[in-house]
Design a protein around this ligand. Structure first.
Ligand code: NIG
Ligand code: FE
Length: 412
């Protein structure tokens, strides 16, 4: 038995009993003053008043006393990233800010395709190292579960190289990487055929290997005028579902139609949604699809934020993720970007914290993390502060002083 009791925390936030969907206010948060966390074999055995737990635990349980004012809460889940990439797109950023259009940037050698070229140039080992380095930056922010998409390979071998690199990185890291296949990011410029032909080839050739090598359980697609249409994607998603993959969608980033596809295919999440109107919001709110806001992408390209307030008020589930990628979202800062979204969209602390913990876990179909309650993974962060409100208030300036994964301190 590997048991430890940690505390007393100035505040322990459990996220207990908060619903998966809809608006939240801060009075719904369970905040235990002088709280304790009892961990057994990497999972939460009990939470509650520290002294009460201490008398229950007895001498057999190791006790780790927390000396200073600290706040403890579930560690974060970043449910949408593209961190397995080569190269850099600083020039796209500069050109965009100087007024260049999407087309002009692509013509000057930028855009998604330029990252595809750089990613193809990297070896699997290099890609693994780049992924690990970026994952370490996320871990320092208190993120212990990170979704990682392919989508800069865009042919069978290159998509496999990326997902194998992610699998290897996952094996070498003290955090969980959740891989997703985004072969449907755009039709590659070197593919001679239609969008549907490209997708059919990927479904026939790539999907079986993903299964064989257990490289991912998730299939994503970018539904957009510049990528794939709702019609293009039908057979691809049908095939994916037949094989048992979960679906997730880059939806309504610049134009609508992606969220309707997400709902029709029972996707786990619809991500972006900057262009969603009342119709898409109502559709999502009526479904179990988690709406994922990516405020760092709005900041990266200078466009509207996802209508997070209206989504929550309509009853949708809202997660927030970094979308860390070299093009639209280079910052890779979860709490900073979530704290900014909170001011722009008027989100409560409870809504922001839910969006980066159990609601983000739900977007990855993971129900074993994101709350500090009995039976959940003992994945948590500690902040040197006496008030949890400081986390969103300081918009990323307050960083965790320790990060625990599966009951082990992986950063302290
Ligand atoms: O999530 N929207 C499409 N894909 C990425 C951007 C990819 C890129 O520009 O490299 C996104 O924003
Ligand atoms: Fe993305």
């Amino acid at each position: 038995m590997n048991e430890v009791l940690i505390g007393p925390f100035r505040q322990l936030l459990t996220m207990r009993d908060l619903p998966l969907k809809g608006a939240l206010n801060d009075s719904q948060l369970e905040v235990i003053e002088q709280g304790g966390l009892w961990i057994e074999n990497g999972k939460v055995k009990a939470v509650g008043d520290f002294e009460t737990l201490r008398s229950q635990a007895g001498d057999a349980v190791e006790v780790e006393l927390i000396a200073r004012d600290k706040v403890c809460l579930p560690s974060f889940v970043d449910c949408h990233t593209h961190i397995a990439f080569g190269g850099n797109r600083a020039n796209d950023f500069a050109m965009r800010n100087a007024g260049s259009s999407y087309l002009e940037i692509a013509q000057a050698g930028g855009g998604i395709w330029s990252t595809v070229k750089h990613t193809r140039e990297a070896t699997q080992e290099e890609l693994k190292e780049l992924t690990k380095r970026r994952a370490a930056c996320l871990l320092a922010q208190g993120i212990t579960t990170v979704e990682v998409k392919s989508g800069y390979g865009l042919n069978k071998e290159e998509e496999l190289k990326t997902l194998r690199a992610v699998k290897q990185a996952n094996a070498e890291l003290e955090m969980d990487l959740v891989p997703t296949c985004l072969a449907a990011h755009m039709k590659p410029k070197d593919f001679e055929g239609t969008a549907k032909e490209y997708l059919a080839l990927m479904a026939a050739d790539l999907f079986p290997v993903l299964k064989e090598e257990k490289l991912t359980e998730r299939i994503d697609a970018f539904i957009e005028q510049t990528a794939f249409s709702a019609e293009d994607i039908q057979d691809y998603f049908k095939k994916a579902k037949e094989l048992g993959f979960k679906i997730t969608v880059h939806a309504d980033q610049f134009s609508t139609s992606g969220s309707a596809v997400a709902v029709a295919f029972d996707a786990v999440s619809a991500d972006h949604l900057e262009a969603s109107t009342d119709a898409e919001i109502a559709l999502l709110a009526d479904s179990d699809v988690v709406a994922v806001a990516l405020p760092a992408a709005s900041l990266g390209i200078g466009c509207a934020f996802t209508p997070a307030r209206r989504l929550l008020d309509a009853g949708a589930s809202l997660a927030i993720a970094t979308d860390w990628n070299p093009g639209s979202a280079p910052m890779g800062q979860l709490i900073a970007s979530a704290g900014i979204l909170a001011t722009m969209e008027k989100l409560s602390n409870a809504e922001v914290l839910a969006a980066v913990t159990f609601r983000a876990a739900q977007a990855l179909n993971l129900s074993d993390r994101g709350r500090l309650v009995e039976g959940q993974l003992a994945d948590f962060v500690l902040y040197d502060t006496n008030n949890y409100q400081n986390i969103t208030y300081l918009q990323g300036a307050l960083q965790p002083s320790a990060v625990w994964k599966n009951g082990i301190a992986v950063r302290s």
